[in-house]
Design a protein around this ligand. Structure first.
Ligand code: ATP
Ligand code: MG
Length: 401
């Protein structure tokens, strides 16, 4: 805080939205504060927190980049860029007049919130005082309590007062890590990164699994998945991407099983591997981008026959969304342009001409029992290549190339 010509601004984050968490409130708040600290560790900032709010002192030059980071931190629903001043009548008035100079408006309204009851004037009275002060010191402006162009908010806390005119919408959701881990089945498509984003939004941590079928699929297809993981990791702290060599399983399926059941069986194998990886890496649920009715393997009958191989819950955040809606989110989170790069996926390489739309469980079981898939699954898991994707700029892929 300082007086003089340059007023100090802070990013003010209130936890109002987390207040429904009652007993867990402190845990949610501490997790959020830690997320903010970690994400801003490259910046010169001071982070202050108490039970009701957090505020961040920053260097002016960093404001835009810090906002970009804040916009991806789950658990923040709204935030404000606020001037911070001492909670003294004459200082508040002086600084408010200074702050308002950089705003353009014809109509305004003042809203004071006084949580420091020691401050001598009550909220309503002080709103009127400040309104009168603004009218006296600005020309051609009027008060409009219903639809003002400028909302002047003044929050008087015990030792500090925050003055702000804006409100930015944050990422919403719950802070990263307030839920346990899920295993995201991440293909190079449009749907699964969106599914991952929604899972992260609920506070989950994620590992990701990508099934590849080299040489039928290319290194470029894998790089696409790595790029998508890097986009997703901006919303969390770290994603371990497990790359599974699916080629032997794929080839055995196509050699041994009825063509129209190949996709059903392939997906049962994916679910089996995902379930085993959940056990190995402490994932509590599987997350994927299945959407009801999108393709033959995503009819309700197919989902049921495929899901039958596991009793681990499968969360499908985009299950009931239209493709258009999913694409909209993909654009918003900047994964769309990567997802549409045309490289083959293991699902697209081996597509049968007429995949079964209403598979029967006993037929699927009979077909897949034509080869020793358990052994192949073990081998696939033993040869998994895991890359840790985090927010540092230098995520290394050397060992893979
Ligand atoms: P997306 O659904 O991500 O757009 P897609 O349409 O190619 O990709 P689908 O065939 O619809 O994939 O598969 C449904 C879901 O199964 C995907 O959203 C993804 O979660 C998972 N999945 C499919 N292929 C793979 C793969 N090669 N590796 C990991 N997960 C996969
Ligand atoms: Mg899909």
């Amino acid at each position: 805080m300082r007086g003089g010509d340059t007023m100090e601004r802070v990013i003010l984050i209130k936890y109002g939205e987390l207040s429904t968490k009652k007993a867990n409130r402190n845990y949610f708040i501490n997790t959020l504060v830690n997320s903010v600290k970690n994400k801003l560790s490259d910046y010169e900032v001071n982070i202050h927190k108490d039970r009701a709010k957090m505020y961040i002192e920053f260097k002016d030059k960093d404001l835009e980049s810090i906002k970009n980071i804040i916009n991806k931190i789950f658990g923040i629903h709204t935030y404000h860029i606020a001037y911070i001043v001492e909670s003294k009548d004459e200082i508040i008035k002086e600084e408010l007049l200074k702050a308002i100079k950089s705003e353009e408006f014809n109509t305004f309204k003042v809203e004071v919130k006084r949580s420091d009851k020691k401050f001598p004037v009550n909220s309503q009275e002080y709103s009127r005082d400040l309104g009168a002060l603004i009218l006296k010191n600005t020309s051609d402006v009027t008060v409009d309590v219903h639809n003002p162009e400028l909302k002047v908010k003044v929050e008087i806390r015990e030792d500090k007062t925050f003055i702000y005119f804006n409100s930015y919408v944050g990422a919403g959701g719950y802070p990263t890590g307030t839920q346990s881990k899920g295993m995201l089945m991440l293909s190079g498509g449009i749907d699964s990164p969106v599914a991952g984003y929604y899972a992260l939004k609920r506070g989950m941590k994620l590992d990701a699994i990508y099934f590849e079928a080299i040489p039928h699929t290319s290194i470029e297809a894998r790089n696409k998945v790595i790029s998508l993981s890097k986009k997703l990791v901006e919303y969390t702290d770290c994603i371990n991407l497990h790359i599974v060599n699916f080629t032997p399983i794929q080839e055995e399926i196509y050699k041994n099983c009825r063509e129209d059941y190949c996709i059903t069986i392939m997906r049962r194998m994916m679910y089996r591997i995902a379930s085993k990886l959940c056990e190995k890496y402490k994932g509590l649920v599987i997350v994927n981008g299945e959407s009801v009715g999108q393709v033959a393997s995503q009819t309700l009958t197919s989902m049921r026959v495929i899901n039958e191989v596991t009793n681990i819950p499968v969360i499908r955040p985009v299950a009931c969304m239209d493709k258009i809606e999913i694409m909209e989110i993909a654009r918003k989170i900047d994964t769309y342009d990567i997802s549409i790069i045309p490289y083959e996926d293991c699902c697209t390489v081996f597509v049968p001409k007429h995949p079964v739309i209403n598979p029967k469980l006993d037929t699927a079981i009979k077909e897949e029992n034509k080869f020793d898939y358990n052994k192949l699954i073990e081998e696939a898991i033993d040869s998994i290549n895991t890359i840790k994707i985090d927010n540092s700029k230098s995520t290394e892929f050397r060992d893979l190339l």
